[in-house]
Design a protein around this ligand. Structure first.
Ligand SMILES: C[S@@+](CC[C@H](N)C(=O)[O-])C[C@H]1O[C@@H](n2cnc3c(N)ncnc32)[C@H](O)[C@@H]1O
Length: 273
């Protein structure tokens, strides 16, 4: 008997991994965080699976489900939104499973911050603008953010910031960010990336709060900020530049046609991006 923590992805039923979907196809018991994982993802479950929405269960009640599955000798698929490693509250479940002597395995998923970038058609890293992505949140009732990770301090880096669980705190977030990013820094809100009712709003830090109604962005919203989100043509990576040779695309002799793809020597590093 085993518990599989599976990243359900950001919402669309076909953004779960093939491995995750295959485990769902055979799991007799499925526990899912109904507040964030849409029922559409459950289409991968077998018809007779016992489906448990954990949104209203505390940790002891969830442990009781694991104990029951252990007694019955059946596997459990435990679905978490996005990737289970990010704000998934999986660590405490894993500690309980270890105490019970129950084996577990994690199947990663598409996190909502990459789904949000996809929805915006944006790359989060751009040469000489930002090569760092910070995933963070503001303190909530359930989880305290350490002082040293205050948004204002993270903003000092000028990196691309993805602020999870941001919906109810947009005013505070914009105020904290504005201490370090200029008012014309690109910012975007993405609500329910990949869900049928997905929407997004692009703006700048200085304008955002004047352009939106706060109540429209309270739940399941990600805020992304940073120069990398800008759409103006900027510096390009050298990776695809014609005059930039590397191990997978050696320098071409003038007038010669490119040769068929070469396999790099075993152990050779990839191109230096
Ligand atoms: C408890 S966290 C879970 C994050 C999740 N583990 C992940 O990797 O995306 C919940 C927050 O993730 C963000 N989120 C989750 N799914 C989202 C989606 N489809 N679109 C936008 N934001 C999403 C929102 O900020 C939401 O408040």
């Amino acid at each position: 008997m085993k518990v599989f923590f599976i990243g359900a992805g950001p919402g669309a039923h076909d953004l779960i991994t093939v491995r995750g979907a295959k485990i769902l196809e055979r799991a007799p018991m499925v526990m899912y965080a109904g507040s964030l994982v849409p029922r559409a993802v459950l289409c991968h479950c077998r018809a007779d699976a016992e489906i448990i929405d954990t949104a209203s269960l505390d940790l002891d009640q969830q442990e009781a489900c694991y104990r029951r599955a252990q007694a019955e000798g059946i596997d459990v698929a435990r679905l978490h939104s996005g990737d289970p490693a990010i704000y998934g509250a999986t660590a405490e479940q894993m500690r309980r499973l270890e105490k019970l002597g129950i084996a577990y395995e994690v199947v990663p998923g598409v996190s909502s911050f990459t789904a949000a970038a996809a929805s915006l058609g944006s790359e989060l890293t751009r040469p000489a603008v930002s090569q760092t992505v910070i995933l963070t949140r503001v303190s909530g009732r359930a989880s305290v953010v350490p002082e040293r990770e205050r948004l204002g301090d993270l903003a000092r880096s000028g990196a691309t910031l993805c602020v999870f669980l941001s919906g109810p705190h947009l005013k505070r977030i914009v105020a904290d960010l504005s201490a370090h990013y200029s008012p014309d820094t690109p910012v975007a809100l993405v609500y329910r990336a990949s869900w049928p009712d997905e929407r997004s709003h692009r703006s700048t830090l200085g304008r955002l709060l004047r352009e939106i109604r706060l109540r429209d962005w309270r739940l399941t919203t990600l805020l992304l900020v940073g120069g990398a989100l800008g759409r103006e043509p900027g510096l390009e990576s050298r990776l695809y530049a014609a005059e930039y040779p590397h191990i997978f695309r050696p320098a071409r002799k003038q007038g010669r046609r490119p040769r068929a793809r070469q396999t790099p020597a075993p152990g050779a590093d990839g191109a230096d991006r």
